[in-house]
Design a binder for this molecule. Structure first.
Ligand code: FES
Length: 146
């Protein structure tokens, strides 16, 4: 009788311990994944089709994905295209083109860049990285500079 009670107690304890271990792992796994996000390899993409030739009106811009980061294509009032990274050099917010200012603008802290990517005002410490723009048929291709 005592042997049966002891083996039953051992069985219940091992079941309880297994359940607690599984529950603990289930609770800690998402926390661990949040703290240690998977390594995403830096994009090796060097050029991307950013837009169609007639997609942008003069004095307008478009943010598009360039690998894992945003980039911005701007069509100036004279029809010329410019492209830059759209990642602000201050705290990495995504910039946008402001047709009223005719500048690239960062909404986070009012950072402003000219059409060469240089800082005009605000806290950004560095200019935006410029990209090459080429037209291939009906596509506008944006490439990293060599
Ligand atoms: S993140 Fe762009 S100005 Fe601060």
């Amino acid at each position: 009788m005592k042997e049966t009670s002891k083996s039953r107690r051992t069985f219940l304890l091992s079941g309880l311990l297994s359940s607690l271990t599984a529950f603990g792992a289930m609770m800690l796994y998402p926390v661990w994944r949040f703290i240690m996000p998977p390594k995403v390899p830096e994009s090796t993409q060097n050029s991307v089709k950013a837009a169609k030739v007639n997609e942008l009106e003069p004095n307008s811009g478009k943010v598009f994905p360039f690998g894992s980061k945003p980039a911005i294509l701007i069509r100036l009032g004279n029809g010329e295209y410019r492209a830059f990274t759209a990642v602000c050099t201050h705290l990495q917010c995504t910039v946008q083109y402001r047709k009223d200012f005719k500048l690239i603008w960062c909404a986070c802290h009012n950072g402003r860049f000219d059409m060469n990517g240089n800082v005009v005002s605000g806290p950004p410490p560095l200019p935006l990285e410029p990209f090459e723009v080429a037209i291939s048929g009906s596509d506008i291709i944006v490439s990293k500079r060599a």
